[in-house]
Design a protein around this ligand. Structure first.
Ligand code: NAP
Length: 480
């Protein structure tokens, strides 16, 4: 059972033109489903449904909205296996990772449901005795979300959870490569009691749908997760309407291993953070900076750890590394490896994409280890988005921090050390929104997720989770 129509105003419908596009399994290129190729008119219909539903939804209590979100999260958890299999088919990640993503995605509904009950206002002492000053936090209204293919469920729930909990309505445009997870979530949302128009999902043309989100006066917030390039394009387009943007963009994480690091922990953290989703995550380390005193040992252990990884279709037991999302992704990763080797890096393993068995696509990029990386190489300044570990040596802490910060990106950074004073120094010096200290997997709904510099604006998660979806209103009350 698979939902393949758009959800607008509580009704499952095709695109107004009747057009569809194919959703492919990146492991086999089989057509998994056909979904509506929606455009501007479909987006406008969804926005208008969201606007009609808005007054009634915002007037419900936070407890009522929380109960619906908890039901939705519970049904995701009950149906984890079905949702994970669907995700693996359209996205390629190993089933174990897909199951993990469903749990992570559900946790955003649960977290936001409770935070919605804590949208406290304030009473501020007034400057004169004949006034009272109050501050209210209210839902912004109609919101829109555009999400990427690498986390087809969690990137939606991280936005949808707080929007619904705050009393906002939403129109979601999922990535063209992974719309089925979004439509399956929407189906569960309807079953959990999300009323017609409160959640709408429109698949299709990103430019046309994105333009409708930014041009329609009813849309107050557009929350976008994706590449920095598209984020910049949306910022430029939002100039006329001044639609509020929340942006979770690309990253270029440094992963620093100091000479006093626990190397077992550093290798385990490096493997977990680098090879999750075949390196296709925004917080994936792109630059491994290793102190020269532990460089050879770290590389030797990484080589052993890479040999333990198993490439194959995500639905097969024991597979750790699925296919890259498409041929363009393979070409980019290969170009980064070739560029590094041409500039003097040493390839210790991997380096190319393989076809693990007949009937599979040649998109399975072998876990790759490069030594002798330097700042001139493409992988030192462009997001690789693949299973490539490029190691660069450093000599002291100041040099490591300087290299780490030498990028326009500022999403996640990692470092391994046992020196407590260094933990504070380096954590404070890194210009990143998320810092993992002896921790290769920092993501949780309980903490603020987001970047500095070209990695975005705003935070998702933690007690800040409602900020993007609420307005602060100041009420000055003259007592007469
Ligand atoms: P992308 O190409 O920017 O696409 C992201 C979303 O934007 C997709 O839904 C896409 O639609 C849509 N889009 C593309 N062009 C658009 C336009 N002109 N107007 C409006 N929407 C448009 O990024 P991606 O390749 O899917 O995802 C990978 C990127 O996302 C990486 O850079 C990664 O670091 C970043 N990311 C960041 C975070 C974070 O939290 N900071 C999390 C995950 C991923 P189509 O699919 O239909 O093209």
């Amino acid at each position: 059972m698979m939902q393949t129509l758009n959800l607008v105003d509580g009704v499952w419908i095709p695109a107004q033109t009747g057009e569809t596009f194919d959703v492919l399994d990146p492991a086999t290129d089989e057509v998994v489903a056909r979904v509506p190729n929606g455009g501007r008119a479909d987006a406008v219909a969804a926005i208008e449904a969201a606007a009609r539903a808005q007054p009634r939804w915002r007037s419900t209590t936070a407890d009522h909205r929380a109960a619906i979100l908890w039901r939705l999260a519970a049904s995701m958890r009950t149906q984890t296996d079905r949702l994970a299999r669907l995700m693996t088919r359209e996205q390629g990640k190993p089933l174990a990772e897909a199951r993990g993503e469903i749990a992570y995605a559900a946790s955003f509904f649960e977290w936001a449901a409770e935070e919605g009950k804590r949208l406290h206002g304030e009473v501020i002492p007034a400057p004169t005795s004949d006034k009272r000053i109050m501050v209210l936090r209210q839902p912004v209204g109609v919101t829109a979300a555009i999400t990427p293919w690498n986390f087809p469920a969690a990137m939606i729930t991280r936005k949808l959870g707080p929007a619904l909990a705050a009393g906002c309505t939403m129109v979601v445009k999922p990535a063209e490569q992974t719309p089925l997870s979004a439509l399956a979530l929407a189906e569960l949302a309807v079953d959990a009691g999300v009323p017609p128009g409160v959640l709408n999902v429109v698949t299709g043309d990103p430019e046309a749908i994105g333009a409708a989100f930014l041009e329609h006066p009813a849309v107050r917030v557009l929350s976008f997760t994706g590449s920095t390039e598209v984020g910049q394009h949306l910022v430029a387009r939002s100039a006329q309407t001044l639609t509020r943007l929340s942006l979770e963009l690309g990253g270029h994480a440094p992963f620093i291993v100091f000479d006093d690091a626990d190397l077992d922990a550093a290798v385990a953290g490096a493997i977990a953070s680098k090879f999750r989703n075949a390196g296709q995550t925004c917080i994936s380390p792109n630059r491994f900076l290793v102190h020269h005193a532990v460089h050879d040992e770290f590389c030797a252990r990484m080589l052993e750890a890479c040999a333990m990884l198993r490439s194959g279709p995500g639905c097969e037991e024991g597979v750790t590394t699925g296919p890259l999302i498409d041929d363009a992704a393979v070409a980019k990763v290969k170009a980064h490896v070739d560029d590094a080797v041409a500039r003097g890096a040493v390839l210790r393993c991997g380096g190319e994409a393989v076809r693990p068995a007949a009937g599979l696509t040649p998109r399975f990029f072998a876990p790759t280890l490069l030594e002798g990386v330097d700042g001139s190489m493409r992988l030192s300044h462009e997001e690789t988005f693949g299973p490539v570990v490029g190691v660069r040596e450093f000599s002291d802490e100041a040099e490591a921090v300087a290299i780490a910060n030498d990028t326009p990106y500022g999403l996640a950074a990692y470092f391994y050390t046992r020196d407590h004073a260094r933990v504070w120094r380096v954590a404070e010096a890194l210009e990143y929104g998320i810092v993992g200290v002896n921790d290769g997997a920092p993501s949780t709904a309980r903490a603020p997720f987001g970047g500095m510099k070209h990695s975005g604006m705003g935070r998702e998660g933690g007690r800040w989770v409602m900020d993007e979806y609420t307005e602060i209103k100041y009420v000055s009350w003259g007592l007469g």
